[in-house]
Ligand binder design. Structure first.
Ligand code: ATP
Ligand code: MG
Length: 555
């Protein structure tokens, strides 16, 4: 195989490994913990692991990292599979569970004991931290550190047999209690946890620590490059130590990259779970959630998410990505492909006084001016229409180019109309706007070339369909909701207006919308059908608005 050129620091390591012959293949893995739904940060990791392997004709495994028996759930496993597949990646038959390795991992632990590199320690909670020392002071040896191999083996087997209670003792590595890296100060390998595991049931009452299970799982699967986020950097010496201490050849290499942080977005699974459980959102797939399922429901495509991950790339230093870049990626895609339709979110009636009662006219409009191949459709224009309430003002400020008394606007693709008055209810609220139309302006063109600055959309009052429309804003009001100001809790940072529901009117053609369809509601943004939609009541989500603030910021 010709070795492709590296375009980031991880690929540089790989290219080097392939060129020097350190490796003859690339094998990565994506190791989610099934304790929540995947979010956009995971999507970055998925694109990175699968994308990197693909580039070098390698393979990627999925490994459910289910070493924590109490927090995991089958629902999460299923959702993770669905999301990875939806993002466009295939792990073929290479789906593994860390819990499948418990027997082997246990054997490795016994081997470490036999090598004199692990011991059963009986220090309890507080004592353990006390003995560990601090960043500036060395720790001291546990009084149980120098037990014989036989004694350790016996005790460890008794731990496995359930003869001790939680916290009574644990197995730890024998490394160096004065090591400058705290992770190397005789870290725990196995702890007692009398919990039922979602796959292994009650077979085990001792569970391996992540730091022990992970390198061994990587090694057993033949992983070459074990890509993880930056917080594991200080664990790397331990990752290497376990593999070396056990004398394993062809060791995988751990490589860290900076995790994705997005502005106005909470990424911690624990917090996302709280949002779901408190019913602050409609579920893991609420369109405001940063989860893959939420983005899917919101109308994002897999390709737009992959494009986003491609654009942000990877780095070795933590940073914050502007959420507008995510919006930009889906907007670009939808701009090219979405069917244009007219909708009115906050309808007010418009009556054309000089139009004949009962007369309708067919108007042909383009389905997508960005792509003429999408053809045209016909819509009906008549005497009574709906327009957007905010497109009329009785007493407008200067430079208001929409409808006002005596003012003229273009009704999109139809006619010029001039406002001649309005009706109000007993509270002074405007109920109907009256206009006259210029028969010479059919199709929105004027014969005399007179200029009209405003163009507004409309929906035929007779033919328009009632739909519910949900508009979304960021779930949080602050750029970095992970940083909670003193005296506040993170819930205080929630945006109370993150979802606004409108009873809208829309062109009749959308009555046949399917889940796969994407629309641009002219002047309003891009929309898709929500899963709450029924035959009686269509529900649309706004995927993203039309305004492109990200590009503006770049200029
Ligand atoms: P959280 O802290 O939100 O619970 P986690 O890191 O514990 O996330 P895992 O299920 O263990 O979640 O993550 C699976 C993989 O996804 C890991 O390799 C992890 O490094 C990666 N990952 C998780 N969050 C992010 C993120 N924000 N950006 C990039 N990669 C991430
Ligand atoms: Mg994790």
């Amino acid at each position: 195989m010709e070795i492709p050129e590296a375009t980031n620091f991880i690929q540089e390591i790989i290219v080097d490994d392939l060129k020097t012959g350190k490796r003859d293949k690339v094998h990565t893995r994506f190791p989610p913990e099934p304790n929540g739904y995947l979010h956009i940060g995971h999507a970055q990791s998925i694109c990175l692991n699968f994308g990197t392997a693909q580039k070098f004709q390698g393979k990627t495994n999925i490994r459910f990292d289910d070493t924590n028996p109490t927090k995991e759930d089958v629902e999460y496993v299923d959702s993770i599979r669905e999301d990875v597949r939806w993002l466009g990646f295939d792990w073929e038959d290479r789906e593994y569970f860390a819990s499948d390795y418990y027997d082997k991992i246990y054997e490795f632990a016994e081997r470490l004991i036999e090598l004199g590199k692990a011991y059963v320690c009986e220090l309890k909670g507080e004592e353990v931290s006390e003995y560990r020392g601090t960043l500036t002071t060395p720790g001291k040896d546990s009084p149980w550190r120098n037990r014989s191999v036989e004694e350790n083996l016996t005790l460890f087997r008794r731990m496995k047999a359930g003869e001790f209670e939680e916290g009574e003792c644990f197995l730890r590595a024998k490394i160096d209690m004065a090591h400058p890296n705290m992770n190397m100060r005789d870290p725990a390998i196995y702890r007692i946890k009398k919990a039922t595991h979602h796959r292994t049931g009650d077979k085990w009452c001792i569970y391996p620590m992540y730091d022990f299970a992970h390198p061994l799982s990587d090694w057993m699967e033949g992983i070459t490059h074990s890509i993880c986020t930056l917080e594991f950097e200080a664990h790397r010496p331990l990752y290497d130590w376990f593999l070396e201490a056990l004398g394993l050849e062809n060791r995988p290499q751990q490589i860290e990259f900076a995790r994705l942080n997005l502005t106005y977005t909470m990424m911690s699974k624990r917090r996302l779970l709280e949002l779901v459980e408190s019913k602050t959102v409609m579920g893991w797939d609420d369109p405001r959630m940063p989860t893959v399922s939420g983005l899917r429901r919101r109308g994002y495509s897999p390709s737009s998410i992959r494009e986003f991950c491609e654009r942000i790339g990877i780095s070795k230093a933590d940073s914050m990505v502007d959420i507008n870049l995510l919006y930009f990626c889906i907007r670009e895609e939808l701009n090219a492909s979405a069917q244009r339709v007219m909708a009115v979110l906050d309808p007010i009636k418009l009556v054309i006084d000089n139009w004949e009662e009962g007369r309708f006219e067919e108007i042909e409009v383009e389905n997508n001016p960005e792509n003429p191949e999408q053809g045209t459709r016909k819509i009906l224009f008549g005497k009574e229409l709906f327009i957007e309430r905010e497109d009329f003002m009785e007493e407008p400020p200067k430079k208001y180019f929409r409808l006002k008394p005596g003012g003229e606007v273009r009704l999109k693709s139809a006619y010029y109309v001039t406002c001649v008055g309005c009706e109000k209810d007993e509270n002074g609220n405007i109920t109907v706007v009256h206009c006259t139309y210029d028969p010479e302006s059919r199709g929105g063109e004027t014969p005399d070339g007179r200029k009209v600055k405003g163009t507004i959309q409309w929906v035929s009052a007779v033919h328009g369909v009632d739909v519910e429309v949900r508009l979304f804003e960021n779930l949080f009001t602050v750029e970095n909701p992970a940083q909670v100001p003193e005296g506040q809790v993170w819930q205080d940072l929630l945006n109370p207006e993150s979802m606004i529901v409108k009873q809208a009117k829309i062109e009749p053609m959308v009555a046949n919308a399917t889940a796969a369809d994407r629309y641009q509601f002219m002047r309003l943004g891009y929309f898709c059908l929500d899963k709450d939609s029924t035959a009686e009541k269509l529900v649309f989500n706004r995927t993203v608005g039309l305004k492109d603030s990200w590009v503006k910021q770049q200029k």
